[in-house]
Ligand binder design. Structure first.
Ligand code: ACO
Length: 324
């Protein structure tokens, strides 16, 4: 049986930068409030691009960097909670855009854990021995689902995409994982559901824009996600400081401070870029990985140990331990 390895990483963000000060001109907020509570200073906002457009840019970069043809791809997974449409899927649109006619493609909906769940799924597809090359992309245009009248959520999110090319390999790169869902607590985060009128239903539930119980989600991340991180480290027999980097979902810098303290690791091992992009949900971890590779802190083929962890709507959370 082959193993799977990440061979290339790429990201793409829309050009338009919206700063906290820009937002303060639109709603009752301030750079001081947003930056001190979350670390976020600015975010990218798409004007005319949909999620599939951002994901397609990532897919094209991955093909160019790898030298593969679109025809060489066996599958494309896109993790997103802001699909262009439910059908066709965003992944199917990317498949068409790049002409990957031999690839099957589907979306994964697991909010800010989406990239982790998709990467775990893709690793199993490659390890089956049936497929050799696949794209795993996290892409979001959250600016289209937040309520721009609601300062409690509008200031937190941004648009972007990132992804990896996964290939069959004789060497094991994915070491351990821990994936979770607690649907019973799902009401803490919800978005974009509109019931259409039907002659067979009486009441239609609708909540179109994103709603979040920020405090509940913060507490969940500190308690449940840290517990899963510790559990994976325990199973690995690695001390936390034997991990080179923890690439955690980029929701809140204060949250990362607290997680580092609870894990007893140097905060420098938890890189952050939410100051520039806000919370990009499924895109946040691959954008961060791609930037770390671009700036040289992480090198593919170096054998560095990485922990990746996503957490958010569902509730969902997932931890992967790998060497890169
Ligand atoms: N500007 C100014 N004031 C604000 C703003 C704003 N943008 N937003 C809220 N406030 C006010 C509130 O109205 C409240 O005022 P009040 O005390 O007069 O009622 C006060 O600030 C405090 O509000 P809280 O919501 O209690 O603020 P808190 O300290 O909890 O911070 C935050 C909010 C940043 C959202 C934090 O709870 C958080 O980061 N939670 C986690 C979010 C997260 O991790 N999400 C990940 C998953 S997302 C996904 O899956 C799609």
């Amino acid at each position: 049986m082959p193993f799977a390895r990440i061979s290339h990483v790429a990201h793409y963000v829309p050009e338009q930068i919206v700063t906290n000060t820009d937002l303060a001109a639109m709603m009752d907020t301030s750079d001081e409030w947003i930056a001190s509570r979350t670390g976020i200073r600015e975010r990218r906002i798409s004007q005319n691009q949909q999620t599939s457009d951002l994901a397609t840019e990532v897919a094209k970069q991955l093909l160019t960097r790898s030298g593969l043809e679109a025809q060489d791809l066996d599958f494309i997974l896109v993790a997103t909670i802001t699909p262009d449409s439910m059908m066709p899927s965003t992944a199917a649109r990317v498949q068409a855009n790049i002409g990957a006619s031999k690839a099957f493609a589907f979306d994964i909906t697991a909010a800010c854990s989406g990239f982790i769940f998709a990467l775990s799924t893709a690793e199993k597809l490659i390890a089956s021995g049936i497929y050799k090359h696949g794209l795993v992309i996290g892409a979001e245009v959250l600016s289209k689902v937040v309520d721009w009248q609601d300062r409690r959520t509008a200031v937190l999110f941004g648009d972007g995409a990132g992804g990896v090319l996964l290939e069959a390999s004789p060497e094991r790169q994915f070491l351990l994982e821990s994936l979770h869902t607690d649907g019973a607590r799902g009401e803490a985060l919800k978005s974009s559901y509109q019931g259409l009128a039907s002659p067979f239903s009486v009441e239609q539930e609708s909540h179109l824009s994103l709603e979040m119980d920020g405090r509940a989600v913060f507490d969940f991340a500190i308690r449940d996600v840290v517990a899963s991180l510790k559990e994976v480290l325990g199973r690995s027999d690695l001390a936390p400081d034997e991990v080179d980097y923890f690439l955690l979902h980029q929701a809140n810098n204060r949250m990362l401070d607290k997680m580092a303290r609870k894990l007893s690791v140097d905060r420098k091992k938890l890189p952050a870029n939410m100051m520039r992009y806000g919370n990009t949900s499924a895109a946040s971890i691959p954008i961060l990985l791609s930037e770390c590779i671009e700036e040289g802190t992480i090198t593919i083929g170096s054998g560095q140990r990485l922990v990746l962890a996503g957490f958010g709507g569902g509730l969902t959370w997932g931890v992967l331990l790998l060497t890169i």
